[in-house]
Design a binder for this molecule. Sequence first.
Ligand code: ARG
Length: 471
Amino acid sequence: MTASGGGPGAGKARGGRFSEGADPVAEAFTSSLAFDRRLWPQDIRGSLAWARALERAGLIQASELAQIEAGLESVKRELESGRFPFRQELEDIHMNVERRLVELAGPVGGKLHTGRSRNDQIALDERLYLRDVLGHVDEGLARVQSALLAQAERHRATAMPGYTHLQRAQPVLLAHHLLAYVFMLQRDRERFRDCARRVNILPLGSAALAGAAFPIDREALARDLGFTAPTANSMDAVSDRDHVIEFLAAAALLGMHTSRLATDLTLWATAEFGFVEFSDAFATGSSIMPQKKNPDVAEIVRGKTGRLYGNLVAVLTSMKGLPLTYNSDLQEDKEPLFDSVDTLESVLGVLPPMLEGLTFRVDRLQAAAGAFYSTATDLADYLVRKGLPFREAHEIVGRTVRYGLEKKKEMGELTLEELKRFSPLISADVHAALTVDASLRARAVSGGTAPEAVAAALAQARALVGKDSRR
Ligand code: ARG
């Protein structure tokens, strides 16, 4: 399809400068409409505020402002109802909205672009968009935290093996393990919030690159649109996409976290671990093996992390070495941004119900918690409390474990007589120090896995989630 209306100037950005129409292949190639059309609510919000700024600056009359506002409202209604006539030859959402405004409101619509460029317009639209998105992401993260917290509350007394190197290491509370993710996600929330501080600066008024040539009150415009302040440098303002990259980086990091959670859960759901069962609603069957129940939801959460990383690298790479100021390479930031936004939305949507549907197998967890010399460190700590330097205690317990392995006896199954052979410091109180409960209780430092430390962490997590979701 060639430019509608046929004439060389039919695409408004080409105007009188061009004597030939655009090649349809070039036109399709350069058009961003297919993806930036989703920015229409922000584009209209920004245009309404710009029209008000023009009026405050005396550049349009109050009656003209009213006509532009009414026109933009009509455009908005068309967009909302799906009746808007999108035209690819008008390149992007900005030109589409503006052209339609002129059609609906008449020539006065042509005054809207006074002192404005699509360069500061797209910079504004993206910031408005990110501001909306960041609010949703924060709420989504709080919901994931709440689901983890609810399971943690339920399992504040359930012991399980804690792992290092994926080898059984020491007993921990399941609540402690789950809370690790709550605090991890809290850092994600903080990163997104920090990103929001830099998103919330107004680029409008920077025009193409050098600043608007009309006396626009940018402070008032910033207040009107809810921004903290106007940008300090018009050249930076139209070429800056740091906030997009910061968002993508925070999303990538969050994806790394959710992928780790997904791996813990899928491992725990294996027959080998047998620690947890996914609800039927959040698992799938095999097309060939009738007995199978697959944790597909968790796996796909983990798999989505790849595109979150890819989107970050894509935008960083598109921007590397770009000269100031605006370059059309910047148009390439949108698809990765939107893809990460959509990915986050789906991941944050599916995680809370998936987590709520988990059934932990307390018997299996507790049995595993005390198995395979999980309290060996506690025997060493016992000897230290009796005055032995830790290094010597470590050596003694190592020999004790080797002896136990040879005799096929667990730590707690070694008799007092057997244990005494390894150190004269060992006496009748030793067995009480080697239980899972004693091991847990001993780790009462703040941030540790002792029941009272975990109770404090639960309270802290509740406050975080409660406070943050009230924002
Ligand atoms: N579609 C463009 C983008 O996404 C909008 C700005 C276009 N500006 C320009 N001078 N071509 O970045």
